[in-house]
Design a protein around this ligand. Structure first.
Ligand code: NAD
Length: 489
């Protein structure tokens, strides 16, 4: 497939279609500003058509009626299809949202394929339950697919965020309508084609690209959608819960923002590793990661040494052409997000933080959207850059002297997605990990990740968990069937 042939039409009921009113929007590349293609600008009528197709597919049982082992085989083929088209998908993702091709291929494609395979593999190994009731009755507790699942995802890991939801939803037997971000719609559309080729029947997996209020809201408000899986900002996540309540009380699961604290004590077992993780994790994916450790608390006695090492590493992350296989920091997703990041940098400077590195737009001659990796020290908890999610390559460094106080500051956030603590003292590690209000706490590392563990947050970082077997709970209903037993013996 050549770049000029990227197909931006929706995929509804197994067919590529224009938006019903013929509207489109331009899909621009943040790599160099070029127009990649035009994309169907779906609205209410297109969402209605996609939901109707999904509903029909669910009711006639063309997918949910298959034995779990049969769905498993198709899901595994779907995963294989991603790997067979890995280069194409990686290139599309890089051009569409700016991440380095190296990671688009090694992380995004592989993780999405692994996720599809894992839920496919799991689905014929989960048993239902029989309750320990009295002998005159039998109570069966069974999971049933919900029906039509609406999925709305952001642009930072387009394929992975989609896979975390569509994999358990489809494996469990649901039909899906996916609305990708308007900033990165292309791989979602291609995934739906690959799903068809793998044998997922038409109508079971539909994709409606478009803007949030135009295509996302109709999905969240739809009376025929039984469940909505959302990943995105806390601001929109709150609206999703309202829309679920305003319509049919559909189940609403939200994976939202973060401002994750990373606490490094002076007795950290490996300072170089801690510095590499602190810097590498905030700059990975251009800082556009919900779980990026954007608040770094360093014990005062090691702060100078820590910052010296961090500043030595920072130039390695200066952005470069994401299509170059050696690049590790690419482009910010679009001009709007780049300007948001630069506004936060300005607010950091104005509110009195010390800018130690970066802080400027980069590579503007390319026509793309690039920001230098940025490190602020002397940050205090009241500053905007310390309170708000920036979603860009900006690290805020704070220093501390007291363990109880640093935990209090770490928890003083509306978010609670992830956190980390670095210490060689096992009591301190466990004590601080227990005290931190976060869905995931890392000890002496930041990058371990696996499909087997749940992902999600406390507080305003969302409701529910992606990944692991727990994700099946989101896309299935529990049904109890009581059977009376009048035993003749
Ligand atoms: P966003 O909330 O602006 O958009 C997310 C999705 O919602 C997009 O598809 C968008 O079109 C849609 N949307 C926007 N307005 C809508 C509306 N009124 N009704 C229905 N849908 C609507 O977020 P974003 O900028 O795309 O993504 C960045 C955010 O996502 C960050 O806050 C980040 O932390 C979060 N995120 C969270 C996780 C997690 O697992 N917790 C993972 C990745 C990203």
């Amino acid at each position: 497939m050549s770049i000029s042939s990227y197909d931006g039409r929706a995929l509804i009921n197994g067919k590529r279609v224009e938006a019903l009113d013929g509207q489109t929007f331009d899909c621009l590349s943040p790599v160099d500003g070029r127009r990649l293609t035009t994309v169907a600008r779906c609205g209410q009528a297109d969402v209605d058509a996609a939901v109707a197709a999904a509903r029909a597919a669910f009711e006639d049982k063309r997918w949910c009626g298959l034995a779990p082992a049969a769905r498993k085989r198709v899901m595994i083929k779907f995963a294989d299809q991603l790997l067979a088209h890995a280069e194409e998908l990686a290139l599309m993702e890089t051009l569409d949202m700016g991440k380095p091709i190296k990671y688009a291929r090694a992380v995004d494609v592989n993780s999405a394929a692994n996720c599809l395979r894992w839920y496919g593999e799991a689905v014929d190994k989960i048993y239902d339950e029989i309750a320990p009731t009295a002998s005159c009755a039998l109570a069966l507790i069974q999971r049933e697919p919900m029906g039509v699942v609406g999925v709305i995802v952001p642009w930072n890991y387009p394929m992975i965020m989609a896979a975390w939801k569509i994999a358990p939803a489809l494996a469990a037997g649901n039909s899906v309508v996916l609305k990708p971000s308007e900033k990165s719609p292309l791989t979602a559309l291609r995934l739906a084609e690959l799903a068809l080729e793998a044998g997922i029947p038409p109508g079971v997996f539909n994709v409606v690209p478009g803007y949030g209020p135009e295509a996302g809201s109709p999905l969240a408000l739809h009376m025929e959608v039984d469940c909505i899986g959302f990943t995105g900002s806390t601001r929109v996540g709150k609206q999703i819960h309202v829309m679920a309540g305003q319509s049919n009380l559909k189940r609403a699961w939200t994976e939202l923002g973060g401002k994750s604290p990373n606490i490094v004590f002076a007795d950290c077992p490996d300072l170089d590793k801690a510095v590499e993780a602190a810097v590498g994790s905030i700059f990975f994916n251009q800082g556009e990661s919900c779980n990026a450790p954007s608040r770094l608390f360093v014990e005062a006695s090691i702060q100078d040494k820590f910052l010296e090492k961090a500043l030595a590493l920072a130039p390695k992350y200066l952005p470069a052409n994401p299509l170059n296989p050696d690049t590790i920091m690419g482009a910010i997703v679009d001009k709007t997000q780049m300007e948001t990041v630069l506004r936060y940098v300005d607010s950091g400077k104005k509110e009195g933080a010390s800018l130690l590195f970066g802080g400027e737009q980069a590579l503007s001659e390319t026509g793309g959207c690039y920001v230098q990796p940025t490190i602020f020290a002397g940050v205090n908890p009241g500053m905007t850059i310390c309170r708000e999610e920036i979603f860009g390559p900006v690290l805020s460094v704070l220093s501390f002297t007291d363990a109880a106080e640093v935990v209090r500051q770490a928890n003083a956030s509306v978010y609670g997605l992830q956190a980390a603590v670095w210490t060689r003292d096992i009591n301190k590690a466990h004590g601080v990990a227990r005290a931190l209000k976060a869905g995931t706490v890392h000890v002496n590392q930041y990058d371990e990740d696996d499909i087997t563990v749940p992902f999600g947050g406390f507080k305003q970082s969302g409701v529910g968990r992606d990944k692991s077997l727990h994700a099946f709970d989101k896309y299935t209903e529990l049904k109890t069937t009581w059977i009376r037993i009048d035993s003749p013996v």
